[in-house]
Design a protein around this ligand. Structure first.
Ligand code: DGL
Length: 257
């Protein structure tokens, strides 16, 4: 049986995991949430790369995953190229999938991207969009406080509503598509939707579909194992993950690499 390795700085990658679970019902899955070091997006690029490589080495060399999904935009920007050179297994990120969908969906070619400070600083989305279509107008806005609040368990109150509004106000009014350029953000999509009523893109679905094109369907129909490794607080992780996945999350191991 194959094992799909999925990783993120914390609980955000479960937005990608949710789609992978649907597309691949018979594959083993190992999820790594490096929540001890979240948010990655506030760190220096070199530091993010080093953290990512620790996790990916663990998944590829120790856990022997057959494919590695970087379920984190910040990590995709900081470390995907180096991971593709380093491992023999396929490595897939989220950014190119968000970009593909964004291009498909926009009518007026004005796209907003909200993401972590590091993703914005690296111009991860801007570069990817420009490679495909230079006539697109891309507007990037960093949302530094989102990840921390989502990791803790988002509370839907006046303050958090205000925070969403403040970040979205930094985008021009005439964009017709908004990319959730951080895998944590789909966890609060229902709240973001209140203030952005046009097309919102979560790259997770497209990422799972691309993964299917790369590794195909499982040849086995067996009961699979889903295992979680979390470097930070496992109870917090469990609570947020369960709420988003709408199912019980067991098999969580605390580990510090
Ligand atoms: N979920 C991540 C992303 O997609 C990283 C968030 C963070 O740790 O800053 O960028």
């Amino acid at each position: 049986m194959r094992t799909i390795g999925v990783f993120d700085s914390g609980v955000g990658g479960i937005s990608v995991l949710k789609e992978i679970l649907k597309e691949f019902p018979y594959d083993n899955i190992i999820y790594f949430g490096d929540s001890l070091h979240a948010p990655y997006g506030d760190r220096e690029i070199e530091e993010i790369r080093a953290l990512c490589l620790k996790v990916s080495d663990f998944l590829v060399y120790e856990k022997k995953v057959d494919v590695l999904v970087i379920a984190c935009n910040t990590a995709t920007g900081a470390a995907m190229t180096i991971m593709r050179e380093r491992y023999r297994v396929p490595v897939i990120g989220v950014v190119e999938n968000g970009v593909k969908e964004g291009i498909r969906e926009t009518k007026n070619k004005r796209i907003g991207v909200i993401a972590t400070p590091a993703t914005i600083k690296m111009n991860v989305y801007l570069k990817e969009f420009n490679q495909i279509d230079k006539t697109l107008k891309i507007y990037q806005v960093k949302c530094p406080l989102f990840v921390e609040l989502i990791e803790k368990g988002w509370i839907d109150n006046e303050e958090s509503c205000q925070l969403i509004k403040t970040y979205l106000n930094n985008l021009p009014k005439n964009i017709d598509t908004l990319i959730l350029g951080c895998t944590h953000y789909p966890l609060i999509k229902k709240y973001i939707k209140r203030y952005f009523t046009k097309k919102i893109i979560d790259p997770a679905k497209e990422t799972a579909k691309s993964l299917k094109l790369i590794i195909g369907e499982s040849k086995y129909i067996e009961k699979r194992e889903i295992k979680f490794f979390v470097s930070g607080d496992t109870q917090k992780f469990k609570k947020v993950a369960q709420e988003f996945l709408e199912t019980t999350v067991d098999n969580i191991v605390n580990i510090i690499l």
